[in-house]
Design a protein around this ligand. Structure first.
Ligand code: HEM
Length: 410
């Protein structure tokens, strides 16, 4: 959806780019958008998606995301990003944001997440074993979308039969180009979560939803809107991002057999490899609203201007990373902004890393070689979360190691 160019935007800062529909997002979006950004002003304006600024420079983005007083997450400063229900803590600024994060941080700390490793590994193994003997799968739909969702449903004690319905709603919220469709999907998700919250209020358990809704901020309990906002984002954050990123990573490994063979012969390398593959396959972005009229980095902003950040490609900015298009598993861990920067940095980053590392460990143990069953670059989709459309994979069945053999060898 295009809009007018506001009077305070100079023509030399206008670039046409729509994060939902631009053709550049339909194949190799990381390379395409990184190149677009390299040839654009550091901060440019687009009329796409109702009109907003885009921060194209990774180093500027890193600094701006730390300045919540100037670039706010509260929809009061960015009415175009108002949501019902809200997504919290993502749509609050400090000090409320700090209090809300305090409630969920312990669950997602490295130590908290480590406790989940056994069930993550078990689930990854079960899902891979379901397709192992077949020699092929459509990775996105059959494994990547089911893995984090199923794990998340276990963490929240949600009924497993609701899985496909929830995946469909999240997909509509993150990728429908029309804002009304996105908001409708969010409303439906909210109705589902209200039921879950009511149940946990009646009978609290030790699950993540119970933890989130029984927290306090500034010495008081959460309001109904805050409860719903927290549970809402815990669902949205956990369902789609890992599925999309794991799919990009598996597509890369299927298309680069020599890189995959390194992981098969040295599984200790998988942790580093994941870090490097995340850097070049960012999937999720964020928005902020400008709090007052100001000049920043040579740009004149007006209060309530929208700013969109695309960490999807910040790891490919040569001001942040040397030789950024070289994928090197031996590279010292480089900074990337795939999980954001500043106080809103992703609370689920340790869990996301664990899920992807464990999944690839289990895949490597069973499948010594595989490839992508399609020629050329795979079709992809833009949106709030970028994703491949489908990832068809094939492997020689004779060479696989069945689940029970692995159990006996472990
Ligand atoms: C590869 C997977 C993931 C990616 C790429 C990702 C990316 C991000 C990014 C970029 C942000 C910052 C948003 C902002 O600054 O406004 C964020 C925040 C957040 N993420 Fe993730 N995420 C991932 C996985 C997860 C998981 C597994 C969870 C678990 C529930 C999660 C929950 C959240 C929450 C609750 C926030 C809000 C934090 C805050 O506002 O303080 N994310 N994520």
């Amino acid at each position: 959806m295009s809009s007018q160019i506001p009077d305070h935007v100079p023509p030399d800062r206008v670039v046409e780019f729509d994060r939902f529909t631009s053709p550049v997002l339909q194949r190799c979006p990381h390379r395409g958008v990184a190149e677009l950004f390299k040839n654009s002003p550091d901060i440019f304006y687009t009329t796409g998606d109702r009109g907003h600024w885009v921060v194209a420079s990774a180093t500027l983005a890193r600094d701006m995301l730390r300045q919540t007083d100037k670039f706010s997450s509260d929809p009061a400063h960015n009415p175009a990003n108002a949501r019902k229900p809200p997504t919290l803590p993502n749509q609050a600024d400090p000090p409320l944001h700090t209090e809300l994060r305090r409630i969920i941080n312990p669950f997602f700390s490295p130590a908290g997440v480590q406790k989940l490793e056994h069930s993550v590994r078990q689930l990854a193994g079960e899902l891979i074993d379901e397709v192992l003997g077949r020699g092929h799968c459509e990775f996105l739909r059959e494994l990547a979308q089911r893995f984090p969702v199923q794990l998340f449903m276990r963490m929240t004690n949600a009924p497993m039969e609701d899985r496909e319905m929830l995946v469909a709603k999240v997909d509509r919220f993150t990728r429908a180009p029309d804002i009304q469709q996105r908001l409708a999907a969010l409303g439906e998700l909210g109705d589902y979560l209200k039921g879950m919250i009511a149940e946990r209020e009646r009978a609290p358990g030790d699950d993540l939803v119970s933890l989130a809704i029984h927290g306090t901020v500034h010495g008081r309990g959460l309001t109904d809107d805050e409860k719903l906002g927290m549970v809402n984002l815990l669902f949205l954050g956990g369902l789609d991002t890992v599925a999309a990123m794991l799919s990009f990573i598996m597509a890369y490994l299927g298309q680069h057999p020599a890189q995959y063979q390194r992981l098969v012969s040295d599984p200790e390398l998988i942790g580093n490899a994941i870090e490097e593959l995340m850097r070049v396959h960012g999937v999720a972005g964020m928005e902020r609203g400008v709090t007052s009229d100001m000049s920043y980095a040579g740009v004149d902003f007006k209060a309530q201007d929208r700013l969109v950040f695309l960490p999807h490609v910040y790891g490919l900015d040569d001001q942040l990373v040397d030789d950024p298009f070289r994928v090197d598993f031996d590279r010292p861990i480089s900074s990337h902004l795939v999980f954001g920067s500043g106080p809103h940095r992703c609370v689920g980053s340790h869990l996301a890393r664990l899920e992807m590392k464990v999944f690839i460990e289990e895949w490597v143990r069973r499948i010594p070689a595989f490839s992508v069953a399609a020629e050329g670059d795979l079709p992809t989709r833009g949106g709030l979360v970028w994703s491949p459309v489908a990832v068809p994979l094939v492997w020689p069945v004779a060479e696989t190691l069945a689940g029970q053999d692995i159990g006996a060898a472990a």
